[in-house]
Design a binder for this molecule. Structure first.
Ligand SMILES: CC(C)(COP(=O)(O)OP(=O)(O)OC[C@H]1O[C@@H](n2cnc3c(N)ncnc32)[C@H](O)[C@@H]1OP(=O)(O)O)[C@@H](O)C(=O)NCCC(=O)NCCS
Length: 204
């Protein structure tokens, strides 16, 4: 039988209670927020410009069949690099699911190098939560293009575009072992606001 899993805020009293009952922590994760200010937007515009000067085009993608296929292929090429925890699954949409999410509200941004899509970030506006709030679905850059500021530039493009549409707070999260993701979000101006633990108990 599969072990039972619980995901709780790190400061929830149930964490200590669960540990006393024999559960163990198997992973940690975090949530982060960015609040739009003029200063944030100015710095993000600079990060976007750096990537463009380095020869990348970084823009919002249109939901046409060719872009949908490219983004799905990028998801497939990078999904093994996402550190997975019970709270932070790797992206696993099929192409039809991705296309459907995109047509019904996702905002997708891409970085291209010599015409090839080499990085993507997806923002999900959350009008059900707050019209001025959006959350990152996932961000990935092909391994050979990492460490050049592309993920930060992609996040910058998404924040600038959505802020222009009235979004004021952006949320994201990831596994605590994902140092690259933490660094990327810090570089884009996010601050970690919450920590979570995943607990497991062996099935008896
Ligand atoms: C996370 C990821 C998108 C970062 O892409 P990237 O284009 O290399 O990131 P950037 O070049 O914009 O780097 C942003 C910051 O993170 C730092 N950074 C990048 N990779 C790092 C690593 N492996 N360890 C520590 N810091 C790292 C950079 O130095 C930079 O900081 P700086 O601006 O202060 O110098 C990329 O590693 C990736 O695709 N990983 C697999 C998918 C994933 O885990 N996505 C995140 C969860 S949604």
């Amino acid at each position: 039988m599969a072990p039972e899993t619980l995901v709780l805020p790190a400061d929830d009293p149930r964490v200590a209670e669960s540990l006393a009952l024999g559960w163990r922590v198997i992973a940690e994760s975090w949530g982060a927020r960015l609040t739009v200010t003029d200063d944030v937007l100015r710095r993000l515009a600079e990060r976007l410009e750096v990537a463009r000067r380095a020869g990348y085009s970084v823009d919002e993608l249109r939901p046409d069949a060719s872009s949908m296929e490219s983004v799905w292929h990028l998801q497939q090429a990078t999904r093994g690099d996402f550190p997975v925890t019970p709270a932070t699954p790797a992206p696993e949409q099929t192409l039809p699911q991705l296309s459907d999410s995109w047509r019904t509200g996702w905002r997708v941004f891409g970085a291209r190098h010599r015409g090839q899509l080499v990085g993507t970030t997806i923002a999900r506006p959350a009008p059900d939560v707050d019209v001025a709030y959006a959350e990152t679905e996932w961000t990935a850059v092909l391994a050979e293009h990492r460490g050049r500021g592309l993920a930060t530039a992609l996040k910058a493009a998404s924040v600038l575009a959505l802020a222009a549409d009235g979004v004021r707070v952006f949320g994201t999260g990831g596994a605590s072992t994902n140092t690259a993701s933490l660094a990327m979000n810090a570089a884009a101006g996010y601050t970690v606001t919450e920590r979570w633990v995943s607990l497991q108990r062996a099935a008896s």
